[in-house]
Structure formats: C-alpha cells, structure tokens
Design a binder for this molecule. Sequence first.
Ligand code: ATP
Length: 367
Amino acid sequence: AAGNRPESQIGELRISGLSRAYGAHTALHSLDLTIRGGEFVALLGPSGCGKTTALNCLAGLLPLTSGRIELDGRRMDTVPPEKRGFGMVFQNYALFPHLTVRANVAFGLKMRGTGKAETRRRVDEVLRLVQLTEQAHKHPGQLSGGQQQRVAIARAIVMEPALVLMDEPLSNLDAALRLEMRSEIRRIHQEFGLTTVYVTHDQEEALSLADRLVVLHAGRVSQIGTPAELYEHPADPHVAAFMGYRNMLTLNVVSSHGTQAVAQRPGLRLAGTVVGEAPVAEGQEVTVAIRPEDLRIAEDGEEPNARAVAEVVEYHGRALHVEAVTREGDRIHVKAQREVRPGDALAVAVDTDRALLFPASAAADGT
Ligand code: ATP
C-alpha cells in the first residue's frame, strides 16, 4: 500500500515562477506547480515544449533563470543535485555494465555508507518489487531492454528518494514492452508511494500513469488537471489535440446562444460548446475541435454535417478510421462503423453536439 515508507514521504514540492532561458530563448516561462506527497505527475507536451528543461531544473542539473523550488518549505534550488536526494530514471538506463544487477541496485546505498545487512534487506525487497530476484546475479548485457529499465527503476527507488524524476523512461522499448512496463511503473508507484514527476510526449502514457497532468506548450502551461478533467474539459486547442480531438477546423460562427454555438464553412457545419470567452459573435472565427469517434457516416436521408471524400482508410478493430477531405480542402477524421473505400463520397453526421469551440484568442500564440 502507498505510504508504507513514511520516511520517504514528502508533504509537498512547491515550484513557483520557475523560468529557464537558453541565451535569448526562454524554454520555460514561469512554471507554478505544487506536487503533493505520493502524487504521480506527468509533464506532457510535444518535442521542444520544455519538459526536459523543467525536469533538469528539478534535478539540479540546470540552474534556474528565475523562480524557486521548495520541498516542505525548504529551499531546494540552491542545493546541489547530489544533495537533493532525488532519484532519476532516464531513457538510456546508464547501468554499470561490469556490475551484476544486485551490485547495480546496491551501488548508491554502498556509496552512502549503508550497512551490509540493511543494504541486502533493501536490495532484496526492491528486486522482488520489480520482479528481478531471479536475475540478480546477471550483468546488464544479459538482460532484455525492459529488464534493464526495471534495474534502473530499482536503483532509483532503493534510495527511497523524496522525489523520483523520470524522463521518457519507456521510449527505447518496443510497443509491447512499453505497455508492460507502463503497468509495472503504475504498480510500483502504488506499492511504494513515491512522489514522481514523469516526462513524456505520449498522452496515453500520461493519462494511464499520472494522478495529474501538466500540459506544456512552447514553454508555458496550457492546463493542469486530472486525466478526466483534461479529457473532458481541455482548456485550449493544444490540450484538445493531445486528448484525442483529431479534428481541428477553423470555422465561422453562424449563430450562438450562451455557451452553445454553431459554426460552419462550405461543406461543414458543427454545433458545440464554446470554451472560454462565451458568448461568441456571429461571423467570429473559431477553432472547432471534435473527436473522430463523435463523427459518423450519416443515415440515408439524414441531413449531414459534412460532405467529404474518403482518402485514407485504416482498420482499427471495431471501426474504420477514415481520413476524408471536403470540397474546400478541410481534412476530417471519422470513425466509420461500416465499409468505406478510398474515393467514396461520404455524408458525415454528428449525433450529439460534442464539438468544442475555441475563440481564436485561445489559440493565438503563433502556432
Ligand atoms: P523533447 O521531447 O524533444 O526532449 P522537451 O519538451 O523536453 O523536448 P526541452 O529539451 O526542454 O524540450 O527544450 C525546450 C526548448 O529549449 C527547445 O526549444 C530547445 O531547442 C531549447 N533548448 C534545450 N536545451 C538547450 C540548450 N542546451 N541550448 C539552447 N537551447 C536549448
């Protein structure tokens, strides 16, 4: 159960106004984030959004340009990395090749001067937790990628760090192993309860692992929330794109009523909920986001929301994923429950008004 190791439990880690610039380029703009003890937080965003910069600032590998980091009220950003007591797991495991699994995991405790019996007890416990007891005598070269990554995790958590920092730890593993290690990391976190910050560009990984997600875009926080909050209520088009809204269309408002509005372009008409500064004005440009699974092929005789020609058809188990193009050149993604072939003319309908309408200002940051 989480919290069976009170000595490694922190109260909170408070990050305030954390900025980092590389020369004239600001990679991270004033990040504010408070992480509760035992929480698993994912930093999510596309390449270059500042995830690794944030993690390296936490680790002490990069000095901050401004801001502060406090652990239970104690200033941490002035503490050198080795004195912070944080554990790190990277995508390249950086194991000692000449040492056995057991010696790799015991290394940090040995350096710290932990007694032999205590070291053995803790290494045994952690090896059991990551299911490597049988491999303890082997060298890293004799292990699979997933096993090596488990050694790297064991080596970090055996130190019972105040904070575990993980930077894309699964990105070097093949698809099947990634899934397996994902649930492994979740299980280890549940059992050990260590406060964790996890960097990834993979939204599925972030949604399945984290208690809370921090979505970054161009060095700024787009949104912080639980997986459900972000999935149900994305705050801007960047978050929506990460949460499965494959369709992002620029349309013009034709009518609005409170937070509900209808927007269209030739060949396309969508109704939905305005996010942010409702009400929107007639004629105003909005970014309309809708998930492929909320679009379907219209019934015969039904008034469609869009007309488009299928271009790419992918088999996705129970449904086909169809990429289609309207006459105006707008690209839409539709989940089709029936046979569709490239070149087919499609009438596309929306069952409920599931679209989100973002006024242009919400996306007005040049991307
Ligand atoms: P990725 O997923 O590709 O690692 P990231 O979200 O982790 O991306 P960062 O590595 O934090 O992004 O980089 C953020 C921004 O800072 C990028 O625009 C990057 O080009 C820039 N940057 C990172 N490191 C340096 C550096 N040492 N010198 C100059 N610019 C840098």
